[in-house]
Write a protein that binds this ligand. Structure first.
Ligand code: MRU
Length: 346
């Protein structure tokens, strides 16, 4: 088994997701700037994994700060947090993890700098452990929705690679398999970054879970043939009303699922909820490089000079979402109430 990310002896080590599945290489980050670069360039990606990496990066930043008291230490930590916060805009887990680390620093300002650095390291490791526990809990709740003998479609990679381990959407599949159910997965390749073809297929194969790779434009074909029984995807940010931002193409899958009366499930931890945003319209959508669309494997596939668009995420409106699976339980419509309740707000 592989580790997506770990933090040992002052080094944050990540499996390089830009190289999978052809090469299994690891990248070592020794500074918060290196962690920020790894997030930006998608060495590590997936909302919860980005959050975990950010927390570890802030611990690295704290370790590097030379200061004798909190008054000198904290502004420098805040500066590095602000810079790291700019690395990717859509997954709210990044801001969530940064805020949590800042809060811990402020809550322990009296403890002395050496102890505070240790405390921040422990917090980063706690965020890592909690993410795995959340995924396992989500899996237990979610697997009840997966019938024995069913075929589940997924989009992008919401697996062990996108989290500290086990996965959100793929965690639901893993839990169903662990419960003795026979489940097959259809994986959308997920143009343009190919998280489905490169990552989802790779990690399911490693686990021996049956998986079939399809291109994104094939899912309607298989739905019409009744070869897909449910859809389960992850999320990068979920607004208070249950609108879901996830990898570009997710919205299209949700529309197709509704047309064919197929349940469309989203699995995401509470840290992916952004109850400060009333609807998905307010979610910032990352625009990535046109080259990721115009080139495949460094080979140009479109005429030079052509205009290219590359929004990396889309928003699926809540009316198309059958249920949202969290580690606290399953939210059903109306989401404004059910999500607030699960998040402990009501
Ligand atoms: O651009 P990416 O690869 O970071 O996008 C990832 C996704 O859209 C995932 O589905 C989402 O982060 C959930 S991961 C558990």
């Amino acid at each position: 088994m592989f580790k997506t990310i770990e933090y040992v002896d002052g080094v944050v080590r990540m499996i390089d997701q830009t190289k999978l599945p052809l090469e299994k290489l690891y990248v070592d980050c020794r500074t918060v700037e290196e962690v920020g670069r790894a997030i930006k360039t998608m060495v590590i990606r997936g909302a919860p994994a980005i959050g975990v990496a950010a927390a570890m990066g802030i611990s690295l930043a704290a370790e590097s700060i030379q200061a004798d008291d909190f008054g000198a230490f904290y502004p420098l930590l805040e500066e590095r947090c602000a810079e790291l916060g700019k690395s990717r805009p859509t997954a709210v887990n990044l801001a969530w993890a940064i805020d949590r680390m800042k809060r811990v620093a402020k809550d322990h300002k009296g403890m002395g700098i050496a102890s505070l650095k240790d405390r921040l390291k422990r917090e980063a490791l706690a965020i890592y452990e909690e993410d795995i526990a959340a995924n396992r809990a989500m899996g237990e709740f979610g697997q009840a929705l997966v019938p024995d003998g069913s075929a589940a479609l997924t989009h992008c990679n919401a697996g062990a690679l996108a989290t500290a381990g086990f996965g959100t959407a793929l965690g639901v599949i893993r839990a169903a398999v662990n419960a003795g159910k026979r489940v097959r997965v259809l994986a959308n390749e997920t143009r343009p970054f190919l998280q489905g073809a490169r990552l989802t297929v790779w990690e399911l194969k490693e686990d021996g879970i049956p998986v079939k790779l399809i291109t994104d434009n094939m899912c309607g074909f298989f739905m019409k043939k009744k070869q897909i029984d449910l859809v389960v995807v992850g999320a990068d940010r979920i607004a208070a009303n249950g609108d879901v931002a996830n990898k570009i193409g997710t919205y299209m899958v949700a529309v197709m699922a509704r047309e064919h009366d197929i349940p469309f499930y989203v699995a995401a931890p509470i840290s992916t909820l952004d109850l400060s945003l009333p609807t998905g319209d307010e979610i910032p959508i990352e625009e990535r490089s046109p080259d990721e669309v115009a080139f495949i494997n460094n080979k140009r596939i479109a005429p030079e000079g052509v205009e290219v668009a590359h929004p990396a995420f889309d928003v699926t409106p809540n009316r198309l979402v059958s249920a949202i699976i969290t580690e606290k339980g399953i939210a059903l419509p109306p989401y404004a109430e059910s999500l607030a309740r699960l998040a402990g707000k009501k």
